[in-house]
Write a protein that binds this ligand. Structure first.
Ligand code: NAD
Length: 361
C-alpha cells in the first residue's frame, strides 16, 4: 500500500526546513526565552498525556571512556523524531560543549523529513522545561528558593524555567569552579532572580525548597550526601544520566519518593541504577494523567531522577516546527533529491553535469 503525503505541497517537498544555531537563537529571541520554555513544557505535558500512543525504547548509546553519543528515536504513529546527542564532561577543558545535539522530525507516511534542527540550545531549553514541569507537580507549593549545584551550560536555562513556571525568586549557586557561578550570576542579572554565590554545597542548599543538581563528571559522584537533605524538599537531579554517572548518595534515594521519565531507560542511566530493579518508582506521565500521586505531604522528599527521554525531544521538535511559519527563522536545506520523474534519479545526476548548475533539468 502506498500512502501519499497529505500535508506537503510539491513545492515544499524539495527542501527541508533547517534551523541553524544562529536561527535557533533568533527564534528564541523573537518568542522570548521564558515563553519558549513554557511552550515546550506544554507540548511535553500534552505528549506525556498520550503516552500510550508512542513507540518507546531506551536510547541507543555508544560509550567511550570520555563520554557517550546517543540516538533517541520515538514515533507517535504519524510523526517520527530522533535526536543525536553527546555527553562528554571533559570537553569544556578545550573549549567544546559537554552536550551537543541535532534532531530530525519526519512524516511517517512518506518518510520525508519535515524539520532538521540544531539541538544543543534546544536540549538546554527542553531539559529546563521538563524539570520545571515535573516540579510543578512535585515541589512544595509556594517554593521561592532553589539551590543549583553545577553552574555550567544547562544551569541558566534551569533557573529561568523555574522562575517562569514555579515562581522561584532566589537562586543559591554552587560550582567547584567559582568562575562558573560568577558567569551564571552575570547572565541572570536583570532577570528578576536574586542570585547568591555559595562557597559550599551545604551553604547552597540552606533554606532551599528545591535543589537542582546539574553537574558533569563521568563517575559515581556524591554531590549530595544523605545528611545534607532535610525533609520536605524537591530534588531535581539532572546530571546523572549515564551508566556509571550519578550525583546522589544511595541513602537519599532510599528516603525519597522517586519519579522518572521512562522506567526502562532510567534504571540503566539514572540515579536509580544504584537500586534494585524492583524498587518502587513512578513514571511522570502517570502523575500528569492523575493516575498516580505527586507530592502528598509537606515532609516528603520528592526526587525527579531526570535522564532525558526521546518524547521530550519529540515535543521540543514539534514546538519548533509549529513556530517556524510564524518567525520565518529557518533556511531551506537542499537535502532531498527531487527529479522530475521520481524514478529518474540517475538522469538528474547526468543532466546536472551537462547544464553545470547542479539543478534537475
Ligand atoms: P557543563 O560541563 O557545561 O557544566 C557542568 C558544571 O558542573 C561545570 O561548571 C563543572 O565545574 C560543575 N561540576 C562538576 N563537578 C562538580 C561538583 N562535584 N560539584 C559542583 N559542581 C561541579 O555541563 P552541562 O551542559 O551544564 O550539563 C550538566 C550535566 O547535565 C551533564 O552531566 C549532562 O550530561 C547533564 N544533562 C542532562 C540532561 C537531562 O535531560 N537529564 C540534559 C542535558 C544535560
Amino acid at each position: 500500500m502506498t500512502t501519499k503525503s497529505k500535508a506537503l505541497e510539491p513545492s515544499e517537498l524539495a527542501y527541508v526546513p533547517f534551523v541553524s544555531v544562529d536561527n535557533m537563537m533568533k527564534n528564541v529571541h523573537s518568542y522570548g526565552v521564558e515563553p519558549f520554555m513554557t511552550g515546550i513544557a506544554e507540548y511535553i505535558e500534552e505528549d506525556f498525556l498520550r503516552w500510550e500512543s508512542f513507540d518507546k525504547k531506551p536510547r541507543i548509546p555508544a560509550h567511550a571512556p570520555q563520554g557517550v553519543i546517543e540516538l533517541m528515536p520515538t514515533s507517535d504513529g504519524e510523526t517520527f523524531g530522533f535526536k543525536y546527542v553527546n555527553g562528554h564532561p571533559d570537553n569544556t577543558k578545550d573549549g567544546r560543549q559537554t552536550v551537543t545535539g541535532f534532531g530530525v522530525l519526519s512524516e511517517l507516511s512518506t518518510g520525508y523529513p519535515v524539520l532538521f534542527t540544531e539541538m544543543t540550545i534546544l536540549t538546554a531549553l527542553r531539559t529546563a522545561a521538563n524539570s520545571a514541569l515535573a516540579a510543578k507537580y512535585l515541589a512544595p507549593k509556594g517554593s521561592k528558593t532553589m539551590a543549583i549545584i553545577g553552574n555550567g551550560a544547562q544551569s541558566d536555562f534551569q533557573c529561568l524555567a523555574f522562575k517562569s513556571m514555579l515562581g522561584i525568586t532566589d537562586i543559591r549557586a554552587y560550582d567547584i569552579d567559582p568562575d562558573a557561578s560568577v558567569r551564571l550570576a552575570r547572565n541572570l542579572a536583570n532577570t528578576g532572580l536574586d542570585v547568591t554565590i555559595c562557597k559550599t554545597p551545604e551553604d547552597a542548599i540552606e533554606g532551599a525548597q528545591i535543589v537542582t543538581t546539574v553537574t558533569a563528571d563521568k563517575k559515581y559522584a556524591t554531590i549530595l550526601t544523605d545528611n545534607m537533605v532535610g525533609s520536605g524538599i524537591h530534588i531535581n537531579a539532572v546530571g546523572g544520566d549515564c551508566p556509571g554517572k550519578t550525583e546522589l548518595h544511595k541513602d537519599i534515594l532510599l528516603r525519597s519518593d522517586i519519579f522518572v521519565e521512562f522506567l526502562e531507560q532510567t534504571f540503566i542511566e539514572g540515579e536509580v541504577q544504584q537500586l534494585d530493579r524492583d524498587h518502587p518508582v513512578t513514571e511522570l506521565w502517570e502523575v500528569y494523567a492523575g493516575k498516580a500521586a505527586g507530592r502528598t505531604s509537606d515532609d516528603q522528599i520528592t526526587l525527579f531522577d531526570s535522564v532525558g527521554f526521546a518524547i521530550e525531544d519529540f515535543s521540543a521538535l514539534r514546538f519548533v516546527r509549529d513556530l517556524l511559519p510564524k518567525t520565518g527563522h529557518f533556511e531551506k536545506l537542499d537535502m532531498l533529491a527531487d527529479p522530475d520523474d521520481p524514478r529518474d534519479l540517475f538522469g538528474m545526476v547526468l543532466r546536472s553535469k551537462n547544464d553545470g548548475t547542479g539543478a534537475a533539468a
